[in-house]
Design a protein around this ligand. Structure first.
Ligand code: AOF
Ligand code: ZN
Length: 336
């Protein structure tokens, strides 16, 4: 199952809104074939693994391990459970059950009804953590939400005049770009868009650029630099111009309205990069799964815009040369 997780992770960044899935076939205690879901719309992990099975290996004497319940629905590909039944697999070992209402236990039931021995819940916590974004999206009908901010050693995000001050060091900036590549969307408020004019891209790390989302009810902010996909949530106009899309919202629209739009666009995850007011709105609504704080080791401000109070437990912290990276969450946030 650990190998399944490793394989699955190779789909990171190219399978969303699908989950990351890896599968291995074991014959006489040895892995004889492996596969993973590589790209959205492409074949699932199980057919990819079975396609590489060496000839002469009898599948009815093999066990297939997979970190997510094999699917039971006809989607972009035929159901994996059907394939495993037709190929006469000996046994199936599963990590997480699939919360997608099209599957949700039916894959396991199909296999069992066909007389196949099925074991479930193996390394379940790690398998659930691997697909925390997909699970949150399916179960809560909203993207998985990471709140992120950088602050001085004494907890200030910006000086009182809101001028841009470089808080985090080089290593933390590279880390942030890696984080961005892991999420489907990045969101900021109008004040941050006006004061920082951020690119919100991933130029310092490999990986795709996430969709950019700006909350700008009264269209106060100039257009963000860079020609990347961008949504501007506002109350004035709806229009499309190249990569930029203005979405007209009702007056006094709430965070929940924004999340509903992101959900309908099948965005599994969102990183909120500030500023303080936007972070507060997410926290006040309880729309948070994880918080990451980049805290400077040396910089002290004494006054300014304070970072939000955190009521989640500290899960771990990491040191870079200039900063301490604090991770807060409800549960285990790693899947290693
Ligand atoms: C599996 N194996 O490797 C994956 C599964 O649109 P489709 O047809 O690709 O189906 C997507 C759904 O299938 C996805 O939402 C999830 O429920 C399941 N993903 N299932 O048996 C896999 N990636
Ligand atoms: Zn499948």
């Amino acid at each position: 199952m650990r190998r399944c997780i490793e394989l699955a992770q190779q789909g990171q960044g190219s399978v969303s809104p699908n989950p990351m899935v890896g599968a291995v076939v074991v014959y006489h205690h040895q892995i004889v074939a492996e596969g993973w879901h590589q790209v959205f719309g492409g074949p699932h992990a199980e057919p990819n693994a079975l396609a590489l099975l060496p000839s002469g290996v009898p599948l009815h004497d093999c066990t297939l391990y997979v970190n997510l319940e094999p699917c039971s629905h006809v989607g972009k590909t035929p159901p994996c459970s059907r394939l495993l039944i037709d190929k006469n697999i000996g046994k199936v070992v599963i990590g997480s059950t699939d919360p997608n209402p099209k599957v949700n236990g039916r894959g396991i039931a199909m296999l069992r009804e066909a007389g196949i021995s099925v074991e479930t819940g193996i390394l379940k916590d790690q398998c659930d953590a691997l697909n925390k974004r997909f699970f949150t999206y399916q179960n809560l009908k909203r993207p998985y939400i990471v709140l992120k901010w950088a602050c001085s050693n004494d907890g200030f995000m910006a000086p009182a005049n809101r001028e841009r001050v470089q808080i985090s060091g080089e290593e933390a900036r590279v880390m942030l770009h890696r984080w961005r590549a892991e999420e489907d969307a990045i969101l900021i408020g109008a004040t941050t868009a006006i004061m920082d004019k951020p690119l919100l891209d991933t130029r310092l790390a490999p990986g795709k650029n996430p969709l950019r989302v700006v909350l700008d009810p009264n269209l106060r902010a100039p257009q963000l630099p860079g020609d990347f996909q961008t949504l501007i949530m506002n109350t004035r106009l709806g229009k499309n111009e190249g990569n930029f899309e203005w979405i007209k919202m009702r007056q006094d629209f709430a965070v929940a309205d924004v999340l509903e739009i992101l959900y309908n666009r099948q965005l599994l995850s969102l990183m909120v990069e500030g500023g303080a007011e936007t972070l507060h709105r997410f926290l006040a609504g309880g729309f948070v799964d994880e918080i990451r704080v980049i805290r400077s080791k040396k910089l002290r401000m004494q006054t300014g815009v304070e970072g939000p109070k955190i009521s989640m437990p500290l899960i771990k912290s990491e040191e870079t040369n200039d900063d301490t990276i604090e991770y807060y969450g409800k549960e285990i946030v790693t899947c290693g």
